[in-house]
Design a protein around this ligand. Structure first.
Ligand SMILES: Cc1ncc(COP(=O)(O)O)c(C=O)c1O
Length: 402
């Protein structure tokens, strides 16, 4: 496939969907749930002012999710909040009355018995679900798509899950998980909206909003731009919705970034015909976390109403982002960022420095006054690949590509 940058922009008439489930007051409640976990700490917001200047930008802030719950990725925020809500409902309580301690208690276990949570994952979400289920003394089953990393599988097995790599792509692994949930009376924890299945995807998105609220509180200035990478678009939808709820029409310019090989949200934005557009097949991008071919409809509704630009970009930008974040300019904070975590930084760096992409810089209104917020959503979740890219120079930048 010819690798290229594609951009589609949208103008909004101010009538996006209802954002109530991501209002800041609501998100504070969600964060209170996460704060009740003994291992909770807000992840750092790295500041890369010299790197920003080097790239012709005003400032760069990067939320570093490699520190989240000791799990090296943001994803457990969603899985834990969804499982927490499910268990709260079964216990006959409001989630606002529930804490980590309640869910771990012998009384909860006696009332709920053995539950099995099942999911499909590229790695990070499954690890989060397996971790949360284990914290609460419950079981998990995790299916991974063909070609998944052995290290990511091992991390999920280490949380006590029954986990395996299937010979299916991500979206078919989701369908298998949904089928087995139905057959065995297990609970599907997935951010894919299926028929009569919207509570759990909504809770997963709400869980991600804790990361956005922390970033909002940590930022010393209002960002002019936010770049968000997307797989199914739940994370991007949650953060877009939160910042749209906070700032209204004055929100930062929001851009969604996907790999060429799995750009279902870009295709949906481009078609602009009121339908979701899918990518099928293997989606063999190095951005494993973004290798999803079917958008989450709840996330898409928000992105459709509030995101300004959608980019489909080549794999080498993720490698570039990993190298930049691991080796920033001068005394800037270093961020260990994996393929899916670094995609947006690499994409913006390429746009700012490659003369052939100057038109994109203009379309995105990027210049020396831009203050950008990024989310490095994972650390080195596949360490062999991280080193092969950052140390050995695999996936060279466009400048070196034939
Ligand atoms: C590290 C990382 N970043 C971003 C994403 C994208 O999240 P979403 O599928 O909600 O778009 C994922 C999804 O697995 C991920 O693992």
């Amino acid at each position: 496939m010819h690798e290229e940058f594609k951009l589609v922009s949208r103008t909004h008439n101010g009538s996006g969907c209802d954002l109530q489930f991501l209002y800041p007051s609501q998100v504070q409640q969600i964060r209170r749930f996460h704060e009740s976990f003994p291992m909770y700490a807000a992840t750092p917001l790295a500041h890369l002012s010299q790197t920003a200047k080097q790239l012709g930008l005003g400032d760069i802030f990067v939320k570093d999710e490699s520190y989240r719950f000791g799990l090296n990725a943001f994803k457990a925020l969603g899985g834990s909040y969804a499982i927490g809500n499910y268990m709260a409902q079964k216990l006959g309580c409001e989630i606002s009355q529930i804490t980590y301690e309640t869910l771990c208690s012998p009384a909860a276990k006696a009332q709920l018995g053995d539950l099995t949570f099942i999911t499909a994952t590229d790695g990070n979400h499954g690890r989060g679900v397996a971790w949360a289920a284990a914290q609460f003394g419950q079981n998990s089953v995790v299916y991974m798509p063909k070609g998944s990393s052995q290290e990511r599988l091992n991390n999920i097995l280490a949380e006590g899950a029954q986990a395996s790599i299937t010979d299916l792509n991500y979206d078919d692994a989701v369908r298998l998980a949904a089928k087995h949930a139905e057959e065995h009376d297990w609970i599907l924890v997935q951010d894919t909206t299926l028929e009569n299945y919207t509570d759990i995807p909504t809770w997963i998105m709400q869980g991600y909003s804790t990361m956005g609220l922390e970033a909002f509180e940590q930022l010393p200035v209002k960002p002019t731009h936010i770049f968000l990478q997307a797989g199914v678009g739940s994370m991007a939808g949650a953060i877009t919705g939160l910042f749209a709820a906070i700032y209204g029409a004055d929100r930062p310019i929001i851009t969604i970034v996907e790999p060429n090989k799995a750009d279902c949200i870009f295709r949906t934005a481009q078609a602009n015909d009121g339908r979701l557009h899918f990518v099928t097949g293997d989606m063999d991008t190095i951005m494993a976390g973004l290798a999803c071919g079917e958008p989450c409809s709840i996330g898409w509704e928000i992105l459709s109403g509030y995101a300004d630009h959608f980019i489909s970009c080549p794999d080498y930008v993720a490698a570039k982002g990993m190298r930049i974040l691991g080796n920033p300019c001068s005394t800037d904070d270093r961020v260990v960022s994996g393929e899916s975590g670094a995609a947006c930084v690499g994409c913006v760096a390429e746009i700012m420095t490659n003369p052939a992409l100057a038109h994109l810089k203009d379309q995105l209104s990027l210049d020396t006054s831009s203050r950008i917020l990024f989310f490095s959503t994972e650390g080195d979740t596949d360490r062999d690949n991280y080193r092969s890219i950052v140390w050995d120079g695999n996936y060279p930048s466009s400048l070196h590509n034939p």
